[in-house]
Design a protein around this ligand. Structure first.
Ligand SMILES: [Zn+2]
Length: 413
């Protein structure tokens, strides 16, 4: 969930010369680490960690290696191990990949710092078009602030790069969210700012405010993916056309993944921005979409990711996310608390005890909210405003032996 903000940078001549010299030394360090890696025996390849340790010896041997920031040098070494991992992954996926290449003069163009002690940002320049950025061993440079430049503590990584055109840019890697906010205290929470979210069967989510969000329509994307796969099967395995087609398959698959992720980002952002309390089921244990295991796995994975995003964003936006016991949320009556069994295909909750009738998923979402508020401690006191968020909640009675709800003509009894 990192995003990269790019800014134009302006370096004084001597700083620019020194930066470029450091970048070139990093190139040599990188090349050295690459050679050290490939020279090692197959069974004794140095790890990232091994090479970080060796780096002290290399500095003894080539004193110029000490000129750039040691941290940036370690970063350059770590980068080749990331690249090696990337190559390995591609190879494992059947791609014909080569080795890491030796980089010639000018091929390596950036320097990176990912510890906040290695850089600093000065916003008080007296000129709101610029801020100043200090980089370890390089000193200060000017950054054009055509949009807000984050403070140093909000920046995860700084990358200074010289374009082939000679222009300098800095990329600042930050979390894609606003700085963390305090979660509101119970007395500040208004009922309308609390929501229960049920994963529906007919819709993606169903909230206790009776809002439904449809399942993302990916039929076009899946059609495309299937078509590309069929085309791949017709090509001669290993041929260049096959290789080209294989990339198209991968691209079609990526597109599906990106669309799902985008959807989940929008949904979770909307929830944490709109509400102070979001209650969801702790779904790892809830049997969903029985009978279709691969569909279930996909749903589970998507739901797990959704939960992960929701919890992460909740911390940043100051929202309480409550994970509640999912057992019985569809059976329980949101009005009187009595449990009634109902099979999956029964879309309506109709309570045999109190007569309360509403959509099955809406009833479940209300139960989820009730449980979440109780867990938060908001359901206990009469004086808590949140109490009024529970218009239908009364302490649960002893479960009575309620008649099983079975629809006529249902596939199972
Ligand atoms: Zn009832």
């Amino acid at each position: 969930m990192d995003i990269t903000l790019r800014f134009r940078a302006y370096l004084l001549d001597d700083v620019a010369r020194e930066a470029w010299r450091h970048i070139d030394i990093l190139r040599q360090i990188r090349n050295h680490a690459v050679r050290d890696y490939y020279d090692a025996d197959y069974n004794d390849k140095p790890s990232d960690y091994d090479q970080h340790k060796k780096f002290s010896d290399w500095k003894q041997q080539w004193p110029v290696f000490s000129d750039p920031s040691a941290h940036a040098a370690q970063q350059a070494i770590s980068q080749i191990h990331d690249d090696l991992d990337g190559l390995k992954e591609k190879r494992d996926n059947g791609y014909d990949v080569g080795r890491l290449q030796w980089q010639g003069n000018g091929e390596f163009r950036s320097i990176s710092y990912n510890q906040s002690s290695r850089f600093n940002v000065d916003h008080n320049t007296g000129d709101d078009r610029f801020v100043r950025l200090r980089l370890e061993k390089l000193g200060w440079l000017k950054v054009r602030s055509n949009r807000r430049v984050p403070t140093a503590e909000d920046i995860n990584e700084v990358i200074l790069k010289k374009q082939a055109t000679g222009e300098w840019f800095v990329s600042l890697v930050v979390d894609d969210t606003v700085p963390a906010r305090e979660k509101p205290s119970l007395t500040e929470i208004e009922p309308e700012d609390c929501i229960g979210v049920d994963v529906g069967i007919t819709s993606y989510i169903h909230t206790s405010a009776n809002l439904t969000v449809d399942t993302l329509d990916l039929s076009d994307e899946y059609d495309r993916y299937a078509r590309e796969q069929r085309d791949l099967a017709r090509k001669q395995h290993g041929s260049s056309n096959w290789e080209k087609q294989r990339r198209k398959v991968a691209k079609a698959k990526r597109k599906i993944k990106r669309k799902v992720e985008d959807f989940q980002h929008k949904l979770t952002t909307w929830l944490v921005r709109t509400y102070d309390v979001v209650a969801v089921e702790d779904l790892d244990v809830k049997p969903m979409l029985e009978g279709s295991h691969s569909a279930k796995n996909k749903q589970d994975a998507a739901w797990a990711r959704f939960r992960e995003l929701l919890e992460y964003k909740a911390d940043v936006h100051g929202t309480h996310v409550m994970s509640v016991e999912p057992e019985g949320t569809t059976k329980e009556c949101a009005s009187c608390g009595v449990e009634t069994d109902k099979p999956l295909w029964v879309r309506e909750h109709s309570c045999p005890v109190c007569g309360h009738t509403e959509d099955r998923d809406l009833n479940a979402a209300k139960n989820i909210l009730n449980r979440g508020l109780r867990q938060l401690g908001a359901g206990r006191s009469e004086s808590t405003p949140v109490q009024t968020a529970l218009p239908t909640f009364t302490p649960q009675r002893e479960a009575v032996d309620a008649k099983r709800v079975v629809e006529a003509g249902s596939p199972e009894a």
